[in-house]
Design a binder for this molecule. Structure first.
Ligand code: NAD
Ligand code: ZN
Length: 346
């Protein structure tokens, strides 16, 4: 269940009072420790003992070593099955904390308090937890729902502008795949500041929640959320290994440009719609140079995508602004063309 918190966090306090947890662990990274934890602790009214678990910030920490350290700390601190983990942070924290909670002692309860736009509108919702393996994103994980998701948009006030933009990419995606009005509302925004974006957060969360409710285990319609993520993830993985890592949302924006053009090449949308989408995404997201990446490396990652079956690359593509198809297999030629199209946008 998703709740927008009031200023005194009363819904969270009520939840904590009603449940009988043995101990509470609050997982933060160094930034959410500094910028978000004081607000949470200032509002938390509980007699329960709680411990702060801090990890370094960044995607590089979303790995088995960090998970192992957290499992060990939980063990040393004698966390039992009635312990609660509060994940206070962005998608790295909610993915990692959810993964650790859902596997420790075969699963303890956790709640998500997302503090980035991306985690509010996307990562904290939907019950996917996980960690990266080698240079593959989210290769190991579980499907496990948090007990609650508490959203407090004022956490965004300290979020760096580029992180706000990163989350905005997922909001645009929600509009493109499911809700034309949402897309149109978002592209009216001239400045991506938290105050301007805040009114549209509930709608974006609702789109994600509705899609997940319709297909929790990603057998069908949930796959539409992967729009922009097939090519986006491949580039994100390559950048992760390079000197210039990019943010998830930046990779998704790049992926949505390629995959909108691919939707047109595959005859699913008109050239006008594809161009309109691409022009608008370009207003917010600057060009990323793919010059250093070999096409065969991109294709090798595309072939390893989790969404594939029978050694074919499966895409979620647009069938209009606000509608999407999934499990669409494209010709290699068109995939290559869509990547070349992007390269020429510089
Ligand atoms: P993140 O968690 O790394 O947060 C981005 C940065 O912002 C970090 O440096 C963090 O410390 C900082 N930060 C967080 N909140 C802050 C605040 N309020 N003020 C100041 N700084 C703050 O990254 P993210 O963009 O939130 O999430 C990306 C991750 O989410 C990726 O690992 C991606 O795979 C995952 N993800 C998961 C799902 C899912 O369904 N599980 C969906 C989308 C993305
Ligand atoms: Zn994403």
């Amino acid at each position: 269940m998703i709740t927008i918190l009031d200023e005194s966090f009363s819904q969270l306090n009520q939840f904590m009072t009603e449940k009988s947890f043995s101990k509470v662990f609050i997982l933060v990274d160094e930034n959410t420790h500094e910028y978000c934890l004081p607000l949470l602790l200032g509002n938390l009214e509980t007699d329960l003992a709680f411990e702060i678990l801090e990890i370094e910030a960044g995607e590089e920490m979303k790995n088995i070593q960090t998970a192992n350290q957290l499992w060990e700390i939980l063990t040393e601190m004698q966390a039992d099955r009635k312990a609660l983990i509060i994940n206070l942070g962005g998608g790295v924290i909610t993915d990692m904390g959810g993964f650790v909670a859902s596997t420790y002692k075969r699963g303890i309860q956790f709640i998500n308090i997302p503090t980035t736009l991306l985690s509010m509108c996307d990562a904290s919702i939907g019950g996917k937890t996980g960690i990266d393996l080698m240079h593959y994103k989210n290769m190991v994980g579980t499907f496990s729902f948090p007990e609650q998701i508490y959203v407090y948009p004022r956490f965004l006030d300290t979020l760096p502008a580029k992180e706000v933009k990163s989350g905005f990419a997922e909001m645009l995606k929600h509009g493109l795949i499911a809700d034309k009005k949402h897309w149109e509302d978002l592209i009216q925004l001239q400045h991506l500041d938290p105050v301007g974006i805040e009114p549209f957060i509930p709608q974006s969360m609702e789109i994600k929640q509705e899609v997940v409710n319709a297909d929790f285990h990603e057998k069908n319609v949930r796959k539409t959320l992967n729009f922009g993520h097939t090519i986006g993830h491949a580039i994100e993985s390559l950048c992760l290994q390079s000197e210039n890592p990019i943010l998830h949302g930046e990779a998704v924006a790049l992926g949505m440009i390629c995959e909108s053009h691919l939707s047109y090449l595959e005859g699913l949308i008109s050239k006008e719609d594809s161009d309109l989408i691409i022009e608008n995404i370009q207003i917010y997201f600057s060009f990323i140079d793919l010059g250093d990446f070999k096409d065969e490396d991109i294709f090798s990652l595309l072939l390893n995508d989790k969404k594939n079956s029978d050694a074919k690359i499966n895409f979620s593509l647009l069938s209009g602004i606000g509608s999407c198809v999934f499990d669409h297999q494209c010709s290699t030629e068109n995939i290559q063309k869509s990547i070349n199209f992007y390269k020429k946008l510089s």
